[in-house]
Design a protein around this ligand. Structure first.
Ligand code: FEO
Ligand code: CA
Ligand code: CA
Length: 706
């Protein structure tokens, strides 16, 4: 192990069922998603299951043939100048079609309070919660926090990481980071439990700790290390109060109008930004995920006849746990019923222009967007994939009407900034070819694969609603309900209920799409939907990854799919590593964010520990998607105690791996005054954890992973 700073080896605690769903702590469940798993499953629709859906002929040979057919993609990669990182059909950015070999030795599972990299690598911390971002920001001092200071400092609980170039030589860039949520117990001394009251001042600080940071960074020498630029000209903080604009078909809709904004065009802030994406025209996309937990009636109950609140997990009877309505009444759904409809969107930010107004792109629909990942289709239209992170919810695809314009001139960029405002919105249906053999144990069917065909079912097409009796603005604002209602048109219109769709990414080498399904312990339990071929394991505690190939072009309506990984301890017979020898892989659980290196290896960050070592630290894993090593999962790094690994971003030269160390020390009973982690500052300075972005790189300056 390298780079251990005052390592504190922790005794491995016996597993006393201290962990909850996907091995999260109770406090993580409270702060991160408002105890979503304790509420009724929001999707109560009676979509038919696989067995009811007409089977479509499928041949694995066809899928592989299609996958090798070339003519793939233009990928939006890290350090992509507007359209400069495009890869034509044969213009792969290095690596081999057989996948890059991953030569590092896997890191062992551990419970250290340290970021542990593979041998031969080191890491450094780039930005910590509270570090100054914009000019005039004070140095971090946990005892003297103010909303004004926090609004200029790096926010809490970093998640998505984007990196946009500022020069041609990959020496200067803009680091763009989401701040998903706050944990008041680890921010403020004296907050003992999640039910301890917070002061109005603390609530306002927490609001300013949400949102997005933009920070100029510079490469250190000729290494893979990057450091922040003090007072960078484009540095910016976006918070829960930053004015943003609604654009697209639902902008101005009756569902978005409030007392403060009777036109339904301007909203303050973005909340619970989880994953995201980078566009080829040099902007970033930010998913608004568990926005529901910030809203509720101060005095309930409120009526919800159409389930517009319940379908999104918004309480109709009780104020939100953070009680923000006490300092800002818009969070009281009784006082301002439409404010909650103004969250749950994809936000597009132009980090190159610090004065630009972020845009909430309504054409992409409203749900618990994990993130949004963009590709350019063969015909130039823009395709964006987005998962709705909820048990038994859906995967979506947006296809723009207009085409991406190459070139860096002002007119092309202005055009590209409108691409996400008009287009078709689809929801995914996965049909298995071995449906009758799926019994929930994870046993592979007789054809050797969990696989099948898929269909993108239109919700909005050519500007028209495809949901009977519903207008476009309703479909886009209440997209979950709209997707449920599609199945009234027949079983072939029924979207597939998935095991919590998280991050989705396109492989820059083989053009296939990979979606992380993080877990769903309710699958196959009681009256909940049973296992199906795309979600093949009952009580799915460790999650899986599905891989698909668009068979009618990236903008088309058909795909073929197969499961790439069924995660867990490899000695568990229900796991599957793309057929690779399970004695030679790392245990992995709860895949969350995914990323590709330029050679097409998949990198997976996790939000939960495998059953062979419950409570062991989360990490970042890499796995080839092609060649003899396809499926050989290796643990590249682990994050400090109590943390989740998010973000991952690999630079286009593959010399740097950025990770967001989210919620270090977030274990039950851990507080500022008695924390379970002191990473990264340690005892002498700040003896409590600070969520931080770190960068890992090879000591010899070479490419990461190989
Ligand atoms: Fe914020 Fe779906 O993880
Ligand atoms: Ca099959
Ligand atoms: Ca996530």
């Amino acid at each position: 192990m390298t780079d251990l700073q005052e390592p504190r080896r922790r005794a491995l605690l016996p597993f006393l069922d201290l962990k909850r769903h996907g091995n999260r702590s109770h406090v993580t469940c409270f702060y991160k998603c408002g105890n979503a798993c304790d509420s009724a499953i929001p999707n109560q629709s009676d979509n038919p299951t696989f067995a009811d859906v007409v089977q479509t002929a499928f041949s694995r040979r066809n899928m592989l043939k299609a996958a090798g057919a070339g003519a793939l993609i233009v990928a939006a990669g890290p350090l992509a100048p507007a359209a400069a990182n495009e890869r034509g059909p044969s213009g792969r950015p290095g690596g081999s079609t057989r996948g890059g070999a991953l030569t590092f030795r896997p890191v062992e599972q551990n419970t250290l309070d340290e970021l542990v990299t593979a041998q031969g690598y080191r890491y450094s911390v780039v930005m910590r919660w509270g570090d100054p971002v914009v000019a005039g920001a004070p140095e971090f001092d946990i005892a003297r926090q103010t909303p004004e200071a926090q609004a200029k400092q790096f926010g809490y609980n970093c998640d998505y990481i984007g990196l946009l170039p500022l020069d041609d030589k990959d020496r200067e860039a803009l680091l763009v980071v989401n701040h998903e949520y706050t944990n008041e117990q680890l921010m403020f001394s004296g907050v003992a439990t999640e039910s301890s009251p917070t002061t109005p001042q603390q609530k306002r600080i927490a609001m300013m700790a949400h949102g997005i940071s933009v920070v100029e960074v510079r490469r250190h020498g000729n290494t893979g290390e990057w450091r922040p630029v003090r007072n960078g000209r484009r540095n910016r903080r976006i918070t829960a109060d930053t004015p943003m604009e609604f654009t697209g078909p639902a902008a101005g809709s009756e569902y978005l109008r409030t007392k403060a904004d009777p036109r339904g065009r301007t909203v303050l802030g973005t909340l619970n930004n989880c994953a995201g994406g980078q566009t080829p025209w040099g902007t970033t996309l930010h998913g608004e995920e568990n926005f529901n937990q910030y809203f509720g009636p101060a005095a309930g109950p409120v009526a919800d006849p159409e389930r517009r609140l319940a379908r999104y997990g918004i309480s109709t009877s009780a104020a939100a746990g953070r009680r923000w309505h006490e300092v800002d009444p818009r969070f009281d759904v009784a006082a301002e019923p439409n404010e909650v409809n103004r969250f749950g969107w994809v936000v597009e930010v132009d980090p190159y222009d610090p004065t630009s107004r972020p845009k909430k792109r309504t054409a992409m629909g409203r749900f618990k967007h994990e993130g949004a990942d963009v590709r350019i289709a063969e015909d130039g239209r823009v395709v964006a994939y987005s998962g709705d992170d909820e048990r038994f919810d859906y995967i979506y695809k947006f296809v723009s009407k207009k085409k991406f314009r190459r070139g860096h001139d002002r007119a092309s960029r202005a055009h590209n900034l409108t691409l996400l405002d008009e287009g078709d919105l689809y929801v995914a249906q996965f049909t298995g070819d071995s449906a009758a053999e799926i019994d929930g144990t994870g046993t592979l069917p007789s054809d050797g694969e969990f696989d099948g065909t898929g269909r993108w079912i239109p919700l909005v097409k050519n500007g028209a609603s495809m949901v009977p009796g519903r207008k476009v603005d309703w479909v886009l604002t209440f997209t979950r309900l709209a997707a449920d209602e599609l199945s009234a048109r027949g079983p072939e219109w029924a979207p597939t209920k998935m095991d919590r769709p998280e991050d989705i990414q396109v492989n820059p080498v083989n053009g296939r799409v990979y979606a992380a399904l993080t877990n769903n312990t309710n699958r196959g339990v009681g009256t909940n939907p049973a296992a199906d071929e795309a979600n093949p394991r009952s009580r799915n505690r460790h999650g899986h990854i599905v891989e698909w190939k668009e068979t009618a072009g990236a903008a088309g309506e058909r795909f073929s799919w197969r499961i790439f990984l069924v995660a867990g301890d490899p000695s568990d017979p229900s796991t599957y590593f793309a057929g690779f020898d399970k004695t030679k892989v790392s245990a992995i659980s709860c895949p969350d964010n995914v990323e590709f290196d330029p050679a097409g290896n998949l990198w997976i960050s996790t939000d939960g520990s495998p059953s062979n070592l419950p409570g062991s630290n989360d990490g970042l894993y890499a796995v080839p998607t092609e060649g003899r090593e396809r499926g050989q999962v290796k643990r590249f790094l682990t994050v400090p105690f109590g943390a989740e690994c998010s973000g991952p971003l690999i630079t286009r030269d593959a010399r740097s791996v950025f990770v967001a160390v989210q919620h270090p020390g977030e274990t039950d009973g851990s507080t500022v005054d008695a924390p379970s982690s002191t990473w990264p500052d340690r005892r002498r300075v700040n003896p409590f954890p600070r969520p931080s972005v770190a960068v890992a790189y090879r000591q010899d300056g070479g490419r990461v992973g190989s």
